[in-house]
Design a protein around this ligand. Structure first.
Ligand code: NG6
Ligand code: CA
Length: 505
């Protein structure tokens, strides 16, 4: 039996359910930034940037210092969070194209299906990046786009299909592209060139934002993207307006659902590339576009805070703020993120970037605010993961999970309600190229691998080494001092634990 299904925890949860039924079904708003680092917000120590709305969540709630994303890139991270299963258990869950098939089996148990079944209205607003369609035939962007979020348990969806740097540059609402003119159909290709217009590689001097690697195919809004696209002119987004569009939509969901429990997955695009803030945020930090879009995130969080206050919903709404993976500076566009970084440390004291298996790659901001039940202004150092959301929210709504449902998910509700309660004993981290890191207690183990060390031509060291690495995080949060040779017995123990997790379930 997984540790998270221990009877004691179930009893504790049941006791809460019996005592205060009203508070057991809080609204849940999951605010999910894209590539925001542990050190990128002021409540986690940033001084070059000030994020008052995020900080307010921390002051009124619980801030975790050891909260982990499911992986250090978007698709596997989101997969783990929504299914409660580590993405690395099966191949094919790497960074998805916009036309990759849906990787969550329709009808399976997910965070959203658990909440839907418990009577919640479930909505996603923002980035999806988990594939669309069944893979049987090429995805037709002009017809019914399915299966997708609705087939995995969402009642409504307003999504960016993959990433903003990938075509098609359009929103999909439920099963259809928003604002599409049928006389101007969309065609998308990630292989053969289908767009005869000058590409980002050819018309480089016309671009609003130059590219540094990849991102040199179809140009939309003066920015070239990954992939080729034609048509859909009336449906194209303007990058400057994406945050506003998503925030407006998220506020609408809250307003419409205010009289019943709802789950809103508010999945932001910022600060992922291309980083293009709305004009009103442009130049508001000393860090260029990357800093400006972090302030734009804070504004989005403010929109949620203000809406909950206005509607009197704040007390019994659980707001979560986290990020899908660690930070990155140059991720394919010349937006001066590296040049203007100054003293700012996007991953705080931790080593590594997006794509890797270092702490900085996987450890992210992680704040929960639920005034009715979670103690305010609390810091929790326990290990938790986004992969724990399905079991935790299942416990919250009184749903028993079978062994094969959300198999890697722990019920962390006890530690959310009382920080002295135990969290996870350990967690697995995933970088690109199937490399795994493993934290158990205060030790971090990197399994030997022959994988290439660097992420594409970004130069980012993902932590791949052909020998084992062992770090004691309390003394060495920056993973500098490899203790594997000094402590072969600990290497062996952690290696055995990781093998055990890999071989089950
Ligand atoms: C990479 C892209 C990067 C980003 C990433 C996905 C290149 C050279 N790099 O392939 O820019 O889009 O995929 O990021 O094309 S994620 O946060 O959605 O996982
Ligand atoms: Ca990401």
């Amino acid at each position: 039996m997984p540790v998270n299904r221990l009877p004691a925890l179930l009893i504790a949860t049941a006791a809460i359910a019996a005592a205060e039924p009203a508070a057991t079904k809080p609204n849940i708003i999951l605010i999910y930034a894209d590539d925001l680092g542990w050190g990128d917000v002021s409540s986690y120590g940033a001084t070059a940037i000030h994020t008052p709305q995020i900080d307010r969540l921390a002051e009124e709630g619980m801030r975790f210092t050891a909260g982990y994303a499911g992986a250090s890139t978007c698709t596997p991270s989101r997969y783990a969070m929504l299914t409660g299963e580590y993405a690395w258990r099966d191949r094919g869950r790497g960074i998805a194209r916009a036309d990759s098939p849906l990787i969550i089996p329709p009808g399976s148990t997910t965070l959203q299906s658990i909440l839907h079944d418990a009577g919640y209205h479930t909505a996603i607003v923002g980035k999806w990046h988990l594939g669309l369609g069944d893979g049987g035939s090429p995805l037709d962007w002009n017809g019914k786009i399915a299966p997708g979020p609705l087939e995995t348990g969402f009642d409504e969806a307003f999504i960016i299909p993959a990433t903003v740097d990938r075509v098609p540059c359009v929103y999909v609402e439920n099963h259809h592209v928003v604002g599409l003119d049928p006389d101007d159909p969309i065609e998308v290709s990630y292989g053969e060139r289908i767009d005869p217009r000058p590409s980002g590689a050819e018309a480089r001097d016309t671009l609003k934002m130059d590219w540094s690697h990849g991102h040199n195919q179809t140009i939309v809004n003066g920015i070239s993207r990954i992939g080729w696209m034609t048509g859909g002119t009336t449906a194209l987004w303007r990058d400057e307006d994406i945050a506003d569009t998503l925030a407006r939509r998220a506020v609408r969901v809250i307003e419409e659902q205010k009289d019943r429990p709802f789950f809103l997955f508010f999945s932001l695009h910022d600060p992922h590339v291309p980083r293009v803030a709305h004009e009103r945020f442009e130049g508001t930090t000393t860090m260029g576009p990357r800093g400006d879009v972090i302030l734009q995130i804070d504004w989005c969080v403010g929109e949620i805070n203000r809406t909950l206050d206005r509607l009197g919903l704040a007390d019994n709404t659980l707001v979560i703020l986290t990020s899908d993976n660690g930070p990155v500076l140059d991720d394919g566009y010349k937006d001066q993120a590296a040049e203007l970084i100054g003293d700012h440390s996007p991953a705080g004291p931790f080593r590594g970037w997006k794509y890797g298996r270092w702490e900085g790659s996987n450890r992210v901001p992680f704040i929960f605010r639920w005034p009715a039940r979670i103690p305010a202004d609390t810091v929790n150092h326990g290990i938790i993961g986004q992969v724990d959301f399905p079991a935790t929210f299942a416990a919250l709504v009184g749903r028993d999970l079978a062994e094969n449902e959300a198999p890697d998910s722990f019920d962390i509700l006890p530690t959310l309600l009382a920080p002295s309660a135990p969290a996870r004993p350990s967690i697995v981290m995933e970088g690109i190229r199937d490399i795994l890191g493993y934290r158990s207690g205060d030790w971090k183990y990197h399994h030997p691998t022959d994988a290439r060390r660097i992420a594409w031509d970004t130069g980012i060291d993902i932590g791949a080494r052909p020998y084992p690495m062992l770090f004691k995080l309390a003394d060495d949060p920056g993973e500098e001092n490899n203790l594997a040779e000094d402590h072969p017995e600990i290497v062996e123990k952690l290696h055995a634990e990781l093998q055990q997790i890999k071989s089950t379930p």
